[in-house]
Ligand binder design. Structure first.
Ligand SMILES: [Zn+2]
Length: 133
């Protein structure tokens, strides 16, 4: 008796247009975004405008005269921060790939958030990773 009642409750919550249905749609939308994501790059790419070593150069007079843009790749490797200046060829796509990775992380965070709401709706409590001890 008790079991059939809780099954009824679950069905009700699963109804079309219910919260679980909305979470399901949101989750599928995120999964599609993952599927169409382009190539990714670990680390970040920064754009910098530089001053050169010649004191007489106008790049020392104002920031708008600085040389560049130069594209720098930065990441942590084995606990150390490593930086490389990218070649012209690399800067063409690595900046976009680094942005794709940031987008990937935002999508995955959103998937965790939606999943937690589903767990909450199904069990009445958040998933173990979000429970307070
Ligand atoms: Zn200069």
């Amino acid at each position: 008796m008790e079991a059939s009642m809780s099954r009824e409750k679950r069905k009700k919550g699963n109804r079309k247009g219910g919260p679980l249905q909305a979470y399901e749609r949101a989750y599928r939308r995120l999964a599609r975004q993952l599927g169409s994501l382009g190539y990714i790059l670990k680390g970040s790419v920064q754009v910098r405008w530089m001053q050169c070593g010649y004191a007489a150069c106008r790049c020392h007079r104002a920031p708008r005269f600085r040389h560049g843009p130069y594209y720098w790749w930065t990441s942590k490797l084995g606990g150390k921060t490593v930086t490389w200046v990218l070649s012209e060829e690399e800067e063409k796509f690595y900046l976009a790939w680094a942005r794709n990775r940031q987008r990937l992380e935002r999508i995955v965070e959103e998937m965790y958030r939606v999943s937690a709401k589903v767990a909450q709706a199904k069990t009445g409590q958040p998933p173990p990773s979000l429970r307070r001890r």
